[in-house]
Design a protein around this ligand. Structure first.
Ligand code: GTP
Ligand code: MG
Length: 300
């Protein structure tokens, strides 16, 4: 393996520098997220420029645990964390003690410069919405300020523009997510090779670079990343256990997510439905007023 898939060793990986100085280190850390089968691992391989992460068509999830790969690009050290489905209800059920989510934190500590939310062109489903919700639940809604929506199967655009596609879609959930991601979208054909692949990946990494520079090179971070960073010299297996316990204490373990998801879905449905509800209420009020007026004794 040229570019080493590794379990990060916090002892050798970092010097004493605080993450404010990351710009001078010229590192870009990325996390791949999304529902199972959308092409997260394939996207990771395109970014790395070689096949590191297992990726194939399958009826069951292919990636079972988080993994890290890296490459150099335009003077940057680009590090990519591939993930299994950690974000839908199904994925959370497979990680009841939060160990896999803790592993994602450790591999991407002290925090990602960009979160790549992967979806398939033309197939933005309820499960994609669920994955986006799961991302907000794990990292907090603020992470979407660092998100790029990556569409796989770019070839299905048949030369058309992604921005036109996104603007024209009647999928409201997709349009809302694009807006939440600050309009940062990108399309990849992970079957492309050579110069074509390099050009597509260059587009994506230029977007990520711009995003990182907008934040002066500082990564997204939260209290859990803070914990992982503070323990960078401790034994990784102890840190993993501690971070998993912190996440579980937040209620991210078994049995919590789906109910929350259902509640959120209800609130979202209610929000979408309120103009109609107001109209109906107004109509009913008018009817009552009319009936009252009719029933009232006339002037005589
Ligand atoms: N045609 C086409 N196929 C793609 C593209 N991206 C991914 N695929 C295919 O989609 C299938 C699933 O890709 P994976 O990379 O394994 O998807 P994943 O999201 O990592 O899936 P899990 O690890 O199971 O969560 C594979 O057969 C890929 O070759 C693309 O841009 N175009
Ligand atoms: Mg995968």
């Amino acid at each position: 393996v040229e570019e080493g898939k590794k379990q990060r060793d916090p002892v050798t990986e970092y010097s004493e520098q605080p993450w404010e100085t990351q710009l001078s280190e010229r590192r870009l850390r990325l996390i791949l997220a999304g529902r199972t089968g959308v092409g997260k691992s394939a996207t990771g391989n395109s970014i790395l420029g070689h096949r590191l992460f297992p990726s194939r068509l399958a009826a069951t999830p292919v990636t079972r645990s988080c993994a890290l790969g890296s490459r150099s690009w335009a003077g940057w050290r680009v590090e990519v964390t591939d993930t299994p489905d950690l974000f839908t209800a199904q994925g959370r059920r497979a990680d009841p003690d939060c160990t896999e989510r803790a592993s994602c934190y450790l591999l991407s500590a002290p925090g990602p410069h960009a979160l790549l939310l992967v979806t398939q062109l033309g197939r933005f489903t309820a499960q994609d919405e669920e994955a986006a919700r799961g991302v907000r639940e794990l990292f907090g809604a603020g992470v979407l300020a660092r998100a790029v929506l990556v569409f796989t199967r770019r070839e299905d655009l048949e030369g058309g523009s992604l921005h036109d596609y996104v603007r024209a879609t009647d999928n409201r959930a997709l349009r809302a997510l694009v807006a939440e991601c600050g309009g940062r979208v990108c399309a990849l054909d992970n079957r492309a090779a050579g110069a074509e692949r390099d050009a597509q990946v260059g587009e994506l990494l230029a977007l990520v670079e711009r995003l990182a520079l907008e934040h002066d090179g500082a990564p997204f971070t939260d209290d859990v990343y803070g914990l992982a960073w503070a323990r960078r010299h401790a034994r990784p297996e102890d840190t993993l256990r501690l971070v998993a316990a912190r996440l579980a204490a937040r209620g991210l373990g078994r049995g919590w997510g789906p109910q929350w998801g259902r509640g959120r879905r209800w609130v979202e449905a209610a929000r979408r439905g309120w103009p109609l509800a107001l109209l109906l209420l107004g109509g009913a009020l008018l009817l009552v007023l009319l009936l009252l007026q009719r029933g009232a004794p006339g002037p005589d």
